[in-house]
Design a protein around this ligand. Structure first.
Ligand SMILES: Cc1cc2nc3c(=O)[nH]c(=O)nc-3n(C[C@H](O)[C@H](O)[C@H](O)COP(=O)(O)OP(=O)(O)OC[C@H]3O[C@@H](n4cnc5c(N)ncnc54)[C@H](O)[C@@H]3O)c2cc1C
Length: 305
């Protein structure tokens, strides 16, 4: 289940420093007006979603500390189910297996969209069109163009994201839309690339040290809370580290301390968690004589989404 974290203090309010946090996360390249509008509209939007039968909880953070967040009960799938039902009840017709290809324009006004199903192309006329085709992470050419060499080999966080090939952006640009926002921004997370499932994140790195293939540290693991560092950390691994791989080295006390272990389970959704558990069970006596063996676990982190 995808939990769908929403960076809100509670369903009816956003943290006062939300806009500053977003600006900092984008290294001040993001659009402040956009962030402000997002913050202003969030409580009303969440109330609207709740009016369709979705309730929200406030889960603990990935590690021990972080900004508050809310999650819909039932995750993202519950959103989709509730809003699909509401749309149908309101008389919306949903057409599946269609690809939007091109916007129709008459006299400077958008009047519809050309949609294809297999080899059949057909116009659909409308007073307004909302493009909701996602980003361009599924298009290697656009990834290369906007993020540079190596971006085309980034592992996507889930199979569905492959379908986001920038079509909506291309359609809008083709009819003269302006570009806005930070095109060099992305959400990236360090993942365990041995694990094929969606989002096998490895977010325990602030509890230890991280080294590259030659055993050198390259990153300040405690430079910020996870949500403040994961994107640039993941990008550094992917773009700058040999083999796009790094190793987190954690003290075994992390695992022996039950509280810390529970915290790390939430932040380590990969086979590494199982490996750690089995080391815990099988470790006989003090784990010890070399600095490497004193450490509890390494694993991880190639590729980012
Ligand atoms: C595993 C995972 C976990 C995430 N967790 C969180 C989280 O906790 N909190 C959070 O805020 N965000 C999270 N996100 C990010 C969030 O899901 C996205 O930012 C959000 O879904 C983007 O919404 P969207 O409508 O722009 O695009 P999408 O949700 O990607 O939807 C785009 C849709 O358009 C379809 N499409 C593409 N091109 C065409 C075309 N030409 N014609 C017709 N249809 C087309 C695609 O198939 C897709 O169904 C997560 C994403 C993933 C993958």
């Amino acid at each position: 289940m995808v939990p769908s974290n929403m960076r809100m203090a509670a369903p009816d309010r956003v943290e006062p420093n939300f806009v500053q946090d977003m600006l900092a996360a984008t290294q001040f390249r993001g659009d402040e007006t956009y962030f402000r509008r997002l913050a202003e509209n969030a409580p009303e939007t969440v109330a609207w979603i709740a009016s369709h039968g979705i309730s929200f909880i406030q889960p603990p953070y990935y590690l021990a500390k972080g900004p508050p967040r809310i999650q819909p009960v039932g995750g993202g799938a519950a959103f989709v189910r509730a809003l699909t039902r509401a749309a149908r009840e309101a008389g919306v017709a949903i057409l599946y297996q269609r690809t939007a290809e091109e916007l129709l324009v008459d006299n400077g006004q958008v009047t519809g969209v050309v949609v294809s199903a297999g080899t059949v192309r057909k116009p659909i006329h409308a007073d307004a069109i909302v493009l909701a085709c996602g980003g361009f992470q599924g298009d290697k050419g656009m990834m290369l163009q906007h993020f540079g060499r190596g971006a085309e080999t980034m592992r996507l966080i889930s199979p569905g994201t492959l379908l986001d090939t920038g079509d909506g952006i291309r359609m809008a640009l083709a009819i003269g839309a302006d570009r806005a926002g930070d095109w060099n921004g992305m959400h990236a997370e360090p993942v365990d690339a041995r694990d094929p499932k969606s989002a096998p994140v490895v977010l325990v790195y602030p509890y230890g040290i991280v080294v590259d293939r030659s055993g050198r540290r390259f990153f300040d693991e405690g430079g910020g809370l996870v949500h403040e560092t994961w994107e640039w950390f993941a990008r550094d691994i992917h773009f700058n580290r040999t083999g796009a791989i790094a190793y987190a080295i954690l003290d075994r006390r992390l695992c022996l301390n039950r509280f810390a272990w529970l915290m790390s389970c939430r932040s380590l959704r990969s086979p590494a968690a199982r490996a750690l558990a089995s080391i815990l069970v099988t470790a006989a006596g003090p784990v010890a004589s070399t600095p490497w063996r004193k450490t509890m676990a390494s694993c991880l982190l190639p590729r980012v989404n």
